[in-house]
Design a protein around this ligand. Structure first.
Ligand code: FAD
Length: 433
């Protein structure tokens, strides 16, 4: 019976895809009007803008969502697997074989049919082919990578603490973050907070940590107005974070980061957060048009060059009409694109035209841990308003709350927020394992 229903297949359950699957599950799946399927390469979801907190160990574990449970409660189907190709002639996606830790194939390559396909696979870091980056840098593109970084961080702290106690080392631990966009800036502040916490908790052999951000542009956070970029810069300097702006990284080795001007920075831990691209396998996806960073080119209805295939979130290149350039790869764009495509898919089943996507920029906010939040809010009547402190922090949190409401509804979001508050009052503020 389910085979006769229109098949809506969403690939990628991130900021965009999970909201879309949940909304369509509730509006179409529940009423038996369509079969909604979500495929993801991971089995759990954490909202990506929280990954710097996962990486530093300050995020509550409760923020992780099991896709299977979410699918069960919201009338869609979840498939675990990694898409690797597309067969448009047969309207099928191709999903890689799954292997176990020994490299043995446990599930063979599979194919899944669709009537409507939505690509929502997000983005990965763009290393621009710079020597040593892939080998020696950490990335925080996925939950798995963020957890891996957190484990290495804890291990490094213990090693450094022992080395300090036994006087085997007298130089500070150096963490170098390459890229001063929101990811790099937020991570630096979070790592600073963690270092302070360790001192508060009394980790033996006090750890001296140097955090440095290296950026090719001459200012931090190029997407924010200059005044806010300046305010962020002042905050970071106050925290003791070293800013090396206008430096282009040319090579990364096991222990150093080299720049174009010949400067060399010692680096025990290196994090790459300098620009994004859609995954390489999307470059030639069975003839769909893509751009220089592999994003699928979409029109104002978020349809690709194939009208049955949509792309949303970071993997979509959608012109930002009236502003020049494309809609920026942000959580708020992903959220808005998911809403538009949900409307279109519902309309299509009724024989109605596609909804038009109009991006509304509500501004950019950057969280500097518990120290501060800065950003700019945009309103069609107000123009751009610069905010900071508590107002900015409240608005920053509301972006995540909007995502939670989209996937849990208001009541569960309120309950989760409360339980998180209780948890924070009884648990350690950071994970040390
Ligand atoms: C540390 C950090 C901080 C950020 N802070 C902010 C912020 O403050 N504000 C803001 O607006 N934006 C922020 N961003 C950007 C924001 O997270 C992204 O723009 C947003 O998550 C994009 O949503 P998406 O759904 O396109 O992709 P994602 O949320 O990345 O989701 C992609 C999903 O696709 C899955 N996937 C990937 N490849 C495959 C495959 N081959 N097959 C199946 N599944 C696949 C992934 O597992 C993932 O679940 C931040 C990003 C990072 C990394």
């Amino acid at each position: 019976m389910a085979d006769a229903l229109p098949k809506i297949l969403i690939v990628g359950g991130g900021a965009a895809g999970l909201e879309l699957a949940t909304e369509l599950g509730q509006k179409l799946g529940k009423a038996g009007k369509a079969q909604i399927t979500l495929l993801d390469a991971a089995s759990t979801h954490i909202w990506k803008p929280l990954l710097h907190e996962v990486a530093s160990g300050t995020l509550a574990e409760a923020e992780e969502i099991e896709y299977l449970a979410q699918a069960h409660s919201n009338h869609f189907r979840f498939l675990f697997g990694r898409m690797e190709g597309l067969d448009r002639a047969n309207k099928e996606i191709i999903v890689s074989a799954i292997t176990n830790k020994k490299g043995e194939e446990i599930i063979p390559q599979r194919r899944f049919k669709y009537d409507t396909l939505v690509m929502a696979v997000g983005s990965v870091s763009n290393t621009f082919g710079i020597k040593g980056v892939d080998k020696y840098c950490r990335f925080i593109d996925t939950t798995k990578e963020a957890f891996r970084f957190q484990k290495q961080l804890v291990e490094t702290y213990y090693i450094q603490s022992y080395a300090n106690q036994s006087r085997q080392r007298d130089k500070p631990l150096s963490i170098v973050i390459i890229g001063a966009g929101a990811t790099g800036v937020e991570l630096s502040a979070e790592l600073h907070e963690v270092t302070k916490l360790l001192a508060t908790y009394g980790l033996e052999g006090s750890i001296d940590v140097n955090i440095t951000i290296i950026e090719a542009a001459t200012k931090l956070l190029p997407a924010l107005p200059p005044r806010l970029s300046q305010a962020t810069q002042e905050q970071l300097i106050k925290l003791g974070i070293q800013l090396k702006l206008g430096r282009k990284v040319t090579e990364v080795t096991e222990t150093e980061v080299h720049t174009y001007d010949g400067e060399v920075f010692d680096a025990d831990l290196k994090v790459w957060a300098a620009g994004i691209k859609a995954p390489d396998w999307m470059k030639d996806l069975d003839g769909l048009e893509s751009n220089h960073i592999n994003q699928l080119v979409v029109d104002q209805t978020l349809q690709t060059s194939d009208p049955d295939i949509f792309a949303i979130g970071d993997c979509a290149a959608c012109e930002w009409v009236g502003h020049g350039g494309n809609v920026p790869p942000r959580a708020q764009s992903a959220h808005q694109m998911a809403s538009t495509v949900a409307k279109t898919i519902i309309n299509r089943l009724k024989g109605k035209p596609a909804a038009k996507f109009v991006y509304r920029d509500y501004g950019s906010l950057v969280s500097l841990g518990k120290f501060s939040t800065v950003g700019s809010l945009m309103g069609s009547l107000m123009g751009t308003v610069s905010v900071g402190g508590l107002i900015a922090y409240g608005v920053y949190l509301s972006l995540y709350k909007m995502h939670q409401v989209a996937i849990h509804g208001y009541f569960r979001t309120a309950m989760l927020t409360l339980s998180n508050l209780f948890r924070r009052s009884t648990h350690a503020k950071m994970k040390m394992h």
